[in-house]
Design a protein around this ligand. Structure first.
Ligand code: ATP
Length: 429
């Protein structure tokens, strides 16, 4: 099956000055990968007709899909349409339906007359297919010339997304016959660069299905995407890819097509009819927040205690003051006692706890930034603790990673896996 290849050209001097990041390219690349379209180049050019022309001419010779973002507005520096149409020798013609839509936005929403300059936005390449913009005035559009599909989208991210969702995606989907299916293989315990290192050769070799990594805070998603005539054929292509990823990453793979560890834990708890509680120090309620953000949390989540001060660890969770005195608040015995305490006071089947130093400074006992203990108290009265040295990362990342480790303990317990996190040896494959 032929693979379509795309190039993106972002237009805007702000991109070159570093005033804004090219988030449209990030969004579109991800979406295109999901459609099985390979993105071969990103270019950013300023509001300069000559350089834009050169970029468009070069891209036209290389790709079958050219997508531009930005420069569709009514101001003097919005010149993408004019330049692209000149390169593809396509006249611009006034589209009365677009003119009427823009006039309507001014009349009914903005309550002022439409500036004459806005009429420029109703000039579209002859024969172009329109993509409505529900977040602004300039619509997106596409045309095909000499075997190249040209899509032009507005720059503001919410407008780019709106136009994508209201026509551009469908336009591209029509170009690829059959179905496109993807599978998100979720892993925790190894950074994105290590996962890529392990799977590098497979990822480079694979075209259909393709395999790409997406990093989430302290998790890595591997997305396998297959193009085939039917969903069954696509599934048959994806099965061996999933098996290869599982073979390489072992039990670091925690699920497929789930949004994250929190959702997975919630599903598992529900399926087993178990309830959960938590006791959090340095994560300050992050675990409770994540769980309660998901619909259906009330069926399994009994509650949580944010026990920041030692007096709360002792007074509310019942942590023995002698333990706090001897080992300090950031220690394995205290993490274990916090988890047991949360379980005891809520009556939940399981409880997780977190205590650690999120930074920016080490604590009064000299525990370094990033030292964290997470624990799980289980339904048999047993308790397991994991000691982490997360290093000098940002406070936010340490808290996020700590919460994920606590959830990782939970899912390992629920799935009957070893509680230790064993990272595969870094060998290319
Ligand atoms: P407008 O109708 O608002 O003029 P436009 O399509 O002409 O839209 P630009 O004028 O090029 O878009 O950019 C408008 C704003 O959109 C920029 O100031 C910037 O904030 C945002 N923007 C443009 N391009 C990108 C991009 N590639 N990634 C993220 N944001 C972008």
């Amino acid at each position: 099956m032929e693979t379509l290849c795309a190039e993106l050209i972002a237009v805007g001097t702000e991109l070159l000055l570093g005033s804004i990041a090219n988030t449209d390219a990030q969004f579109l690349s991800r979406e295109l990968a999901g459609l099985g379209i390979s993105v071969e180049r990103h270019t950013a050019v300023g509001d300069d007709p000559q350089r834009l022309r050169e970029a468009v001419e070069a891209a036209r010779a290389r790709c079958s899909i050219l997508i531009t973002t930005g420069g569709l507005g009514p101001t003097f520096d919005d010149l993408t349409k004019q330049v692209v149409c000149r390169v593809f020798d396509r006249p611009l013609t006034l589209r009365p339906e677009v003119e009427e839509t823009i006039e309507g936005i001014y009349r009914d929403i903005l309550h002022r007359p439409m500036p004459e300059s806005d009429r420029l936005q109703a000039l579209l390449p002859e024969g172009a297919e329109l993509f409505p913009n529900h977040a602004g005035t300039a619509p997106g559009f596409a045309f095909c010339s000499g075997g190249v599909h040209v899509l032009m989208l507005p720059g503001p991210p919410e407008e780019c997304r709106s136009v994508w969702e209201h026509g551009a995606r469908e336009y591209l989907r029509r170009l690829s016959p059959g179905v496109i299916c993807s599978r998100d293989i979720m892993s925790f315990g190894m950074g994105e660069s290590s996962v890529e290192f392990l799977l590098h050769e497979k990822m480079c070799r694979m075209v259909n299905p393709s395999l790409a990594t997406y990093a989430k805070p302290s998790e890595v998603c591997l997305r396998a995407t297959a193009r085939a005539n039917t969903a069954q054929e696509a599934d048959a292509l994806l099965d061996p890819v999933e098996a290869e990823v599982r073979a390489a990453l072992g039990d670091l793979v925690y699920g497929v097509d789930v949004s994250g560890l929190t959702e997975l834990c919630l599903q598992r708890l529900k399926a087993r009819g178990l309830t959960l509680a938590c006791a959090e120090s340095c994560t300050g309620g992050l675990i409770a927040q994540r769980i309660t953000a998901l619909p259906g949390a009330s069926a399994v989540f009994r509650g949580g205690v944010v026990s920041y001060w030692s007096s709360v660890k002792a007074g509310v969770l019942g942590v023995d003051p002698a333990l706090l005195e001897t080992h300090g608040a950031v220690s394995a015995p205290v993490a274990e006692a916090m988890a047991k305490g949360a379980r005891a006071i809520t009556g939940a089947d399981l409880a997780v706890s977190v205590t650690g130093v999120a930074g920016p400074d080490s604590d009064e006992r000299g525990n370094p930034v990033g030292r964290v203990f997470v624990a799980l108290a289980d339904e048999t009265g047993g308790v397991y603790c994991r000691h982490l040295e997360l290093g000098r990362r940002s406070r936010e990342l340490i808290r996020d990673e700590a919460a994920n480790h606590a959830l990782d303990l939970l899912r390992r317990h629920l799935d009957g896996l070893p509680m230790e996190l064993t990272v595969p040896e870094l060998k290319k494959g």
